[in-house]
Design a protein around this ligand. Structure first.
Ligand code: HPA
Ligand code: ZN
Length: 351
């Protein structure tokens, strides 16, 4: 069957038949970046926090970013409303519901413990709250999940080590570590020691690199931190030898097209190098980064690049296939094969 009468999707119910309904994994998603203005105000009221905005409309008005730092200032500021484990559970439930509606079948979710411990919220509270949602995710939303703990690269290496130490009682909940926040001036090598410690604990490793920072940071993340995936990696295109290496080693890049426009890495979506990156043979995936702030969830990113870059259904299918291939699902985990077969079986139709 084709078109709106099709029966795509895990439930067999009629659903979207464009890129939104395409089964996909989301591999670059900051859970704190899913805090929608409505939930921010509800949590502020519940927790007795006063926000410096009159209402949700005024808050949305502030979402005009000139670069990564201007976004991070607002992003960290708004986190003041997240105080209890229940707050983190609610935040995660809201994301999973939205993600399910946009075809997400597997999500590898970042969180920023230092942004919370700095405000007196213990890392255990954060992890307990996130986990309470994630434990029910497959049953409620049909989404399998992994949790990735990020270190803030504009904080010290010692602070990252202390964060890993504090998270040790909870490592059964954590699949890997990542590196985020202000990139320029904070090269990956600063975090060599904590990444070595994480690897010794059996944690997987990823890092943001080449978003605003240079291609050299991508090399450094691979060579010094031993990362398996690069988050963003946009600026690899400035270095043909690096591109060749990323292709040869099949290093996944988790691109976030709408984020790149909102944070002014590129002017408009039509300028996004995604097509050129696919043509170069790179293992690229499409993700939402901080969807509450950047104008859309992962399906919206797929829709956006389809429209702006004229991607064909087969190119969209390749992106979905890549997302499961690049995931931390074990090679022999039955879900991996199941999701990949859902991608192949997906019938595109008119939206
Ligand atoms: N880049 C770096 N750090 C971040 C981002 C991002 O896009 N989102 C949340 N933390
Ligand atoms: Zn990010």
């Amino acid at each position: 069957m084709h078109g709106p009468t099709g029966s795509n999707g895990p439930t067999g119910l009629t659903g979207p038949t464009g890129p939104t309904g395409l089964p996909k994994a989301e591999l670059h998603l900051h859970i704190e970046g899913t805090l929608e203005p409505e939930l921010a105000f509800a949590l502020a009221a519940r927790n007795g926090v006063t926000l410096p905005y009159a209402d949700t409309a005024a808050l949305r008005e502030a979402y005009r970013f000139s670069d990564l730092q201007s976004f991070l200032d607002l992003y960290y500021g708004l986190m003041a409303v997240l105080r209890t484990a229940e707050d983190f559970t609610e935040l995660t439930d809201a994301y999973l519901g939205r993600a399910a509606a946009q075809g997400v079948r597997h999500a590898e979710i970042f969180f920023d413990p230092q942004a919370h411990t700095a405000r007196g919220v213990p890392v255990g509270t954060v992890i307990e709250g996130l986990s309470a949602s994630l434990e029910r995710s497959e049953e409620r939303y049909g989404i399998s999940t992994r949790l990735i703990m990020c270190f803030l690269r504009d904080e010290s290496a010692e602070s990252a080590l202390a964060t890993l130490e504090a998270a040790k009682p909870h490592l059964d909940r954590i699949t890997g570590v990542g590196l985020d926040s202000a990139e320029v001036g904070h090269p990956p090598a600063k975090f060599r020691e904590v990444y070595e410690a994480a690897a010794a604990l059996g944690l997987r490793r990823v890092a943001h690199a080449g978003e605003e920072g240079p291609a050299a940071y991508i090399r450094e993340a691979l060579d010094v931190l031993g990362v398996e995936r690069i988050d963003h990696g946009l600026r690899c295109m400035e270095d043909p030898e690096l591109v060749e290496r990323l292709v040869r080693e099949r290093v996944p890049l988790t691109l976030c097209p709408l984020s790149n426009v909102r944070l002014r890495a590129i002017d408009v979506l039509a300028d996004h190098p995604l097509r050129a990156m696919m043509a170069a043979g790179l293992l690229v995936t499409v993700n939402s980064d901080d969807p509450a702030y950047f104008g859309g969830y992962v399906g919206d990113n797929f829709d956006g690049v389809r429209d702006a870059l004229g991607l064909t259904p087969e190119q969209l299918r390749e992106l979905a296939r890549n997302s499961f291939e690049a995931s931390f699902l074990d090679d022999d985990e039955p879900r991996r094969a199941r999701y990949l077969s859902e991608v192949e079986a997906y019938e595109f139709g008119a939206e």
